[in-house]
Design a protein around this ligand. Structure first.
Ligand code: AR6
Length: 232
């Protein structure tokens, strides 16, 4: 019964289509304010930072399970680029096994910077798998988000913090002139720094999964608490 978690950007027959039709399929679609507050987040640390997918999926499901009841009507959505995403399948299966409410948490295939315009999924808040310097570029979801948001995001980020420690998150309200705000209806970006297992990157944990799992749990706690602070 995994399929109930499997919503997709191009899915026919989903509620997404009618949402789009209501907006008249306009290219510049700001999500209606009546929309359910939604956090879209990538799987922190599991690509460039080379964190074990099985361990990461356990932690995602554990943390979602812990926060879901505190979120009121808000939703959490784990996003990845491809239908073949290993982390999405693992999380889907484990969330189903734990009977996590699939209207409050589901996985979604799409690019986190165009979920509304391409996928029909309105997400007011998106998370970024950041680097410790909070710098643009570097590939992955970090490069995609900084590119899509324009210089506004760099300035707004810089005004709040110069760096992050692993396990920390930083909530950044997106200036209303940002293309990501105007086009996709994203009001906040939450930068998250996850644990790093890649020897080519700073602060490599050298396969210490004791510390790594602790830091990844902290990262998701910081992310979901950051999202809750926006909802208040
Ligand atoms: N939309 C949705 N998901 C994405 C996108 C996207 N546009 N791009 C990547 N993913 P990663 P990390 C997925 O490598 O492992 C950067 O260079 C990807 O498939 O972005 O935490 C930073 O500057 C994977 O599931 O983040 C840091 O130095 C997930 O997002 C470093 O990488 C995270 O992959 C952080 O590495």
């Amino acid at each position: 019964t995994n399929h109930k978690f499997d919503r997709q950007g191009d899915g026919i027959g989903s509620t997404n289509l009618s949402e789009k039709q209501e907006k008249g399929n306009k290219e510049t679609s700001i999500c209606p304010s009546s929309d359910i507050p939604t956090l879209a987040f990538p799987s922190i640390s599991t690509a460039d930072f080379q964190f074990d997918h099985d361990k990461a999926s356990d932690i995602i499901v554990e943390k979602v399970g812990e926060f879901i009841s505190k979120l009121g009507n808000a939703r959490l959505v784990l996003v990845d680029l491809s239908h073949g995403s290993k982390i999405l399948s693992l999380v889907k299966a484990k969330a189903a096994r734990k009977n996590i409410d699939s209207s409050k948490f589901f996985t979604f295939v799409g690019n986190i910077v165009n979920l509304s315009t391409k996928g029909g999924l309105c997400c007011s808040v998106i998370a970024n798998a950041a680097n410790w310097r909070l710098k643009s570029g570097g590939g992955g979801v970090n490069a995609a988000i900084f590119n899509a948001a324009g210089a506004d995001l760099e300035a707004a980020t810089r005004a709040r913090a110069k760096m992050l420690h692993p396990g920390q998150a930083l909530v950044v309200p997106l200036p209303s002139a940002s293309p990501l705000y105007l086009r996709e209806g994203v009001t906040h970006v939450i930068h998250v720094l996850g644990p790093n297992m890649n020897p080519q990157r700073p602060n490599c944990l050298d396969n210490d999964y004791n510390e790594g799992c602790k830091l990844l749990r902290q990262a998701y706690t910081s992310l979901f608490e950051g999202f809750m602070s926006i909802l208040k």
